[in-house]
Design a protein around this ligand. Structure first.
Ligand SMILES: C[S@@+](CC[C@H](N)C(=O)[O-])C[C@H]1O[C@@H](n2cnc3c(N)ncnc32)[C@H](O)[C@@H]1O
Length: 300
């Protein structure tokens, strides 16, 4: 069977299974199976696919047809132009979350020509202490450590997660991007005990679970059936973690320190109130789609 025939068959199958953009997904899966880029697949339509690769392709297409996310199938995902290893123990990093990473870098005075928001900045310091709550794959904490290092800014990043498997993945990603020596991963339940966090931080970032519990059943099957529930469930109204952050922030943040959190499309103003009630200065930052995606707060 030629690559072209395989692609057509796979795209038809994925379409029947309601996979979005079936032709593109078929092409991506075939390029992954072959270990070649997408251009190679499209440039060689008449090439025969050998039996072994054909079997591998069929099984990956079936997995994708069952709604398993592409990132879990290939075990990788791009975030902030870095490749992260992912697996079903961690949330797949989302493009939306890049705004939070860029916001954290802007707070440390690291320039990004595409960053258009007004953001608080930290006072200059020899080394910043950064905390990432709910670190998951480490996409935020590792990107912050990596881009700070590339910009000659000294930052030590602690990543906290309740899941030991997620922390193992985050450590692997820190090693992969050569920043493990600037990071420390801590297993803790942020909602109950943070005694293992020592000292206060200049910058806290968090993309916590923020889906209201009752809405999880209505998420896309690729999310609700494959991504960890503990990465999604933000309690009754989705705001559980933000309330806890507002409650604990004064014991975690240094004077003039900055907190920045990602939130759901309709949550920003409620979260802003939680932090302004703690006498913090606040800002709401919008993503490229114009959605209020990040709330930043500065300790006065
Ligand atoms: C939405 S995911 C974010 C992962 C990653 N930071 C990102 O942006 O892709 C939330 C993370 O919070 C972690 N988490 C859930 N409950 C927690 C808790 N009580 N204490 C600490 N971490 C928790 C989950 O394991 C998950 O990795």
């Amino acid at each position: 069977m030629t690559l072209k025939d395989c692609l057509h068959e796979a795209a038809d199958y994925l379409k029947q299974k309601n996979v979005e953009d079936p032709s593109k997904e078929a092409g991506l899966l075939l390029s992954w199976v072959l270990g070649k880029d997408l251009a190679f697949v499209y440039a060689h339509p008449d090439l025969d696919l050998d039996e072994e690769n054909r079997r591998k392709f069929c099984s990956t297409v079936e997995r994708r047809g069952s709604q398993e996310p592409y990132a879990y199938i290939i075990g990788q995902c791009e975030f902030m132009s870095l490749t992260f290893d992912v697996n079903p123990n961690v949330l797949i990093p989302r493009a939306d979350t890049e705004l939070l990473a860029e916001t954290a870098l802007a707070a440390m005075g690291i320039p990004n020509p595409f960053y258009r928001e007004t953001m608080f900045t930290l006072p200059p310091k020899e080394a910043y202490r950064v905390l990432d709550i709910g670190t998951g794959s480490g996409c935020l904490s590792v990107s912050i450590a990596r881009y700070a290092a590339l910009s000659g800014i000294s930052a030590h990043v602690d990543g906290v997660d309740i899941s030991p498997e997620a922390l193992k993945t985050a450590l692997g990603n820190a090693q992969k991007h050569c920043v493990a020596s600037r990071m420390h991963f801590i297993q803790a339940d942020f909602l109950s005990n943070i005694s293992m966090l020592r000292g206060k931080y200049d910058l806290i970032v968090s993309n916590p679970p923020y889906i209201p519990s009752a809405d999880i059943g209505a998420l896309m099957p690729s999310v609700r059936n494959f991504e960890p529930r503990s990465a999604l469930d933000g309690g009754r109204d989705g705001l559980l973690f933000y309330r806890e952050l507002a409650y604990k922030v004064s014991s975690l943040l240094l004077p003039e320190g900055i907190l920045a959190v990602e939130c759901g499309f309709d949550q920003a103003s409620q979260i802003q109130s939680l932090f302004s009630d703690k006498k913090m200065e606040t800002l709401i930052l919008k993503d490229l789609a114009g959605i209020s995606r990040v709330v930043a707060a500065r300790a006065l």
